[in-house]
Design a protein around this ligand. Structure first.
Ligand SMILES: Cc1ncc(COP(=O)(O)O)c(C=O)c1O
Length: 354
């Protein structure tokens, strides 16, 4: 299937499909650059300072992707023979090609939850005791918002409680904050409040914030210096990276405030889908820009549903045996969402119009 297949489609597969804005493209063209492996790219340095400042942490490192941000972070915290506590469907475990085993060399302790949010009690019980039989718990990693749970948001008091437990136990706390700005928008607080109790965070510039490439790993200065070597080891030492850092600066300064619009669109879409025969949506989990629809009662299999919907001009992701995921973002308007709702209705009724 060629890319021409995408022409004219309403693309709700992911917020990663967002294109850089005109302003971003102009900033890329004009970016002042230098060799970032030598620490000489002024635009990268500016992006890193801005990210650290926004998140209320000491330092930051521009990385190629969310996966690299998470994995350079995890490998800096944990190593061979140790254990990392994660939620059972956490992106760092579920979708990063077993990178924790490859880079950190640690094993993963999975905590199952219904909504992506681990309780302090679940984590406390998973922390290993000092015993020759047991690995050392080297890290606790949370995901905010939680992708596979449907973009759910960690309540601030839960993060505070987990942060307190981690500190008391002498275990660092990492946040996969690929969509942490969505969490902040949903909570109506500055992002630094969301990350207050975690030691390190990886944020993505290339999802709802529309930058074409890149993520930023944020944390204490000495940690970031050690993570810099992991980035190099992973092949993420980039040279005149200012051309891709420049749109990242716009992502952080201009694109955050509009995320609430995506959340309103997701809520509207979720309510419309939930009202259709054959589709169920857990509306309480629709907290940000992700909608997971269970089409189990529609009589249509997921691959067929996704195919038929694409034929109607709307792209969504297959997300499990009976689940389809829709993600709202900058490049889809309310009018597009209304068209998407009509398209789903036509697929359900088997009445395609061309
Ligand atoms: C929660 C979460 N973390 C990390 C990532 C990884 O980001 P990337 O695709 O840039 O590696 C994603 C990507 O969708 C994600 O949803």
């Amino acid at each position: 299937m060629g890319v021409e297949f995408l022409t004219g489609k309403i693309d709700l597969r992911s917020d990663t499909v967002t294109k850089p804005t005109e302003e971003m493209r102009k900033a890329m063209y004009e970016a002042e650059v230098g060799d970032d492996v030598y620490g000489e790219d002024p635009t990268v340095l500016r992006l890193e300072e801005l990210a650290a400042e926004l998140l209320g942490k000491e330092a930051a490192l521009f990385v190629t992707s969310g996966t690299q941000g998470n994995q350079a972070g995890i490998a800096t915290h944990a190593s061979t023979g140790e254990e990392v506590i994660v939620e059972a469907q956490a992106h760092v475990f579920y979708y990063e090609a077993a990178a924790i085993s490859v880079f950190a060399g640690a094993q993963v302790r999975q905590i199952p939850t219904d909504n992506g949010i681990m309780t302090p009690d679940q984590i406390r019980r998973a922390i290993r005791s000092k015993d020759v039989h047991q690995p050392r718990t080297a890290l606790i990693a949370v995901e905010n918002t939680h992708n596979r749970a449907g973009g759910t948001v960690w309540p601030l008091e839960d993060l505070a409680a987990v942060g307190e437990l981690a500190r008391r136990s002498g275990i660092p706390l990492h946040m996969d904050g690929a969509r942490v700005f969505n969490a902040a928008a949903a909570l109506g607080v500055p992002v630094r409040d969301v990350v207050e109790h975690v030691d390190t965070v990886s944020i993505c510039l290339s999802k709802g914030l529309c930058a074409p490439v890149g993520s930023v790993l944020v944390g204490p200065r000495d940690f970031i210096e050690r993570a810099r070597q992991w980035r190099k080891r992973m092949g993420g030492g980039m040279r005149q990276a200012g051309v891709i850092a420049a749109p990242g600066i716009i992502a952080l300064t201009k694109m955050v405030d509009r995320l609430a619009e995506d959340h309103h669109n997701a809520r509207y879409l979720a309510e419309q889908l939930a009202s259709m025969n054959g589709i169920t949506v857990a509306l309480d989990k629709v907290q940000t820009n992700i909608v997971i629809a269970d089409i189990g009662n529609s009589g249509i299999e997921v691959p067929e549903f996704v195919r038929e919907l694409a034929a109607e001009g709307v792209l969504a992701s297959s997300f499990g045996e009976t689940l389809v995921r829709f993600v709202t973002h900058h490049d889809v308007s309310r009018a597009d969402i209304e068209k998407a709702v009509d398209a789903v209705q036509r697929v359900l009724h088997g009445a395609r119009v061309h």
